[in-house]
Write a protein that binds this ligand. Structure first.
Ligand code: BES
Ligand code: ZN
Length: 643
């Protein structure tokens, strides 16, 4: 009888979908109490097969009917088992009183008990079902609610498959003394370490109680304090509502140093002073952004330097951006990444894309805001070079993307939203805003953005909301034609008209490079002592892809590019020379792949290596050795490469 197929359907409206609670096999269901389940099942026809709405295609949750408004986390961090254990308490808002179940997202979680309460004091066991695993979305956790239920507690454990956590052994950290844990929830990995309505459309406040080994410090995307006593018991509050992907936790042998009253750095000892020196302009960036886009709304802004296996450059966790140590170069050459994560404090964290199809609202806006900050703090020339390098990366990417994916608003409904994070939402989005700024004038456009951030503060919105606001507030006279906006937003490729800045520095490099290639200029005549990292990157990227072995050796002799300590320069050079069998790169490349886990670097490097038949098996061996140190997401990406 229990083997009947049970479906709860949404009625098939756009964006809604059907999902199964039971698919005929009880083995798929984690069921704690069969009698209660029976009651639950029997109640279904009585409640008239309630329509459970799941409106975000990447979430099972019915947040438009009943939503978490506040989350209480109580978690113990067990490094021996590499497991989080505890509960997540959801304080609910019942938007539709007729709905008697709460649907949460989970992935690879072990749920042990679920309880519910009307008053937050008296708790009773709840009936719940953990549905069938969907390869993208994970498993819906459906909890039955009583008419007055206002809180639901899910007791659970994480499993080694948690895609949103990386557990590092002491050996894998820079100090090699203590283990380290960090979360990475964007876009849909929060559900792998906490049961939650994992959609950017819903915002929650949260508090957390985190227990760790005594000697370690826990930090979260919340109210960290320089004065926290290191005792293994940490409490956090995030009183401003954030989407689930901004819930973040890190635990390790972390130390803090202030940079200004409002900004500081958390890092392992080895990085702390270097990081403080590298990021010392953070307050200046903040001041610039405050001026341009409105007062910073999150109180403190700290940076957490993660171990080098961190799969991204940075992650904009509110009040505490997580960053890779690969931007600590000693010369502030890569700190636009700090400007980027800081910029998310407005674009993304304050005004959030309501679903991952609208990712450009987060990343395109952020690239624009980042560039404005860079321009204010470091001047027009540097900002222009950075914009031009971005455009170069976009053009390169456009050659590989399908026309559909080159649209600003692609359809990721049935795809992994991790794959949406490519140059199109970032740079095409940035170029749209850049174009609008030129059309309406920089100042007027910045004012418009300030208005936009204030109007939609602490809201999650979609592209249409932006377009309406733009039309109403800025494009009143329709001077920017609706047709060209449509084209930018919905057409493939880079068809809209873009006026790009010119860079004198880049132009000089192009000329010199041509002269060298045609034998008119010796490489030793290049004024490279004055080159910034941006100029180096441009120089390498402009080089023809068919240099001779002699030319490569000549370049390396003159500039030691194969031994560059700057990860951007090194990777750009390595990608050029791997297909050309340049031997000098081998040793440093091995070292790099074994120590850095940032996907932006290692995925293209392994991809080039795979394409070189002479180096492929070498790369396979390096990967075998390096893989245990990579983040689960990077492992997944690289496994797919099938080296
Ligand atoms: N939000 C992203 C990080 C991210 C990327 C999370 C992909 C999930 C999937 C962050 O703000 C970001 O864009 N980081 C970039 C750096 C930036 C300067 C373009 C990165 O990590 O390289
Ligand atoms: Zn970003």
């Amino acid at each position: 009888m229990c083997a009947d197929v049970l479906r709860i359907c949404t009625g098939g409206q756009p964006g809604e979908h059907e999902f199964e609670l039971l698919n005929g096999q009880l083995s798929h269901v984690i069921l704690k109490n069969c009698a209660l389940l029976l009651v639950f099942l029997l109640s279904l026809p009585l409640s008239g097969m309630q329509k459970i709405e799941a409106t975000d295609p990447h979430s099972f949750s019915n947040y438009t009917q009943v939503r978490t408004r506040h989350l209480v986390l109580d978690l113990a961090v067990d490094f021996t088992r590499q497991q989080l254990t505890g509960y997540a308490e959801h304080q609910l808002e019942r938007l539709d009183p007729a709905i008697d179940r709460l649907v949460l997202d989970t992935r690879n979680l072990k749920v042990t008990t679920v309880t519910y309460s009307d008053d937050g004091v008296h708790w009773q066991k709840a009936v719940y079902l953990l549905g069938i695993a969907d390869p993208l979305k994970g498993q819906p956790l459906t909890v039955q609610l009583q008419a007055k239920t206002l809180s639901v507690r899910v007791y659970y454990q994480t499993t080694p498959q948690a895609s949103g956590l990386q557990w590092l052994t002491a050996d894998q950290t820079s100090e090699k003394k203590h283990p380290f844990l960090f979360s990475q929830s964007q876009p849909i990995h929060a559900r792998s370490w906490l049961p939650v309505q994992d959609t950017p459309a819903n915002r929650i406040t949260y508090q957390a109680n985190i227990r760790t080994p005594r000697e370690l410090l826990a930090v979260m995307s919340a109210d960290n304090s320089a004065n926290t006593e290191r005792n293994g018991q940490y409490r956090f509050t995030m009183a401003q509502p954030v989407p689930s992907y901004l819930i973040a936790l890190a635990v390790g042998d972390l130390h803090f140093k202030a940079m200004s009253a409002q900004t500081g750095v958390y890092a392992e000892k080895l990085w702390l002073d270097k990081a403080v020196a590298e990021f010392s302009d953070t307050q200046k960036m903040m001041d610039a952004a405050n001026q341009l886009f409105g007062q910073y709304p999150w109180q403190r802004y700290d940076l957490l330097v993660l171990p080098s296996s961190f799969p991204f450059g940075g992650m904009e966790n509110p009040r505490l951006s997580f960053v890779t140590p690969t931007i600590i170069t000693g010369d502030k050459s890569l700190i636009s990444l700090v400007a980027h994560e800081l910029a998310h404090s407005w674009s993304g964290n304050l005004v959030t894309n309501a679903c991952w199809n609208d990712l450009w609202l987060n990343e395109g806006f952020t690239n624009y805001v980042e560039n404005r900050i860079m321009q204010e703090v470091y001047g027009q020339a540097r900002a222009d070079m950075e914009l031009l390098l971005n455009v170069q990366a976009l053009r390169e990417q456009l050659q590989q993307l399908s026309p559909d994916d080159s649209r600003l608003q692609p359809d990721y409904r049935f795809r992994d939203p991790d794959e949406a994070f490519h140059q199109v939402p970032y740079v095409k989005g940035q170029l749209l805003l850049h174009t609008l700024a030129q059309h309406f004038g920089q100042e007027q456009f910045d004012r418009f953005l300030r208005d936009y951030f204030a109007t939609f503060a602490f809201q999650s919105i979609n592209t249409k909301t932006f377009v309406d606001f733009f039309t109403q507030k800025l494009n009143i006279k329709q001077s920017f034609s609706a047709a060209s906006l449509e084209q930018w937003l919905y057409q493939p490729g880079l068809t809209g008209e873009v006026k790009l800045p010119s860079s004198d520095a880049f132009s000089r490099i192009s000329v010199m490079q041509q002269q060298w290639l045609s034998g008119k200029l010796s490489i030793n005549m290049f004024p490279t002592e004055q080159w910034s990292v941006h100029e180096w990157l441009y120089f390498i990227e402009q080089l023809p892809r068919n240099l001779t072995p002699q030319q490569l050796i000549e370049l390396d002799m003159a500039f030691s590019l194969s031994n560059s300590r700057n990860a951007e320069v090194f990777t750009t050079w390595a990608r050029l020379v791997i297909p050309l069998n340049h031997q000098q790169i081998i040793q440093p490349l091995r070292q790099f792949l074994l120590s850095v886990g940032r996907q932006k670097f290692i995925v293209p490097l392994y991809t080039e290596l795979k394409a070189n038949p002479q180096w492929r098996s070498w790369a396979r061996q390096v990967y075998r050795e390096a893989r245990p140190g990579y983040h689960p997401l990077a492992q997944q990406q690289l496994d797919k490469l099938a080296l």
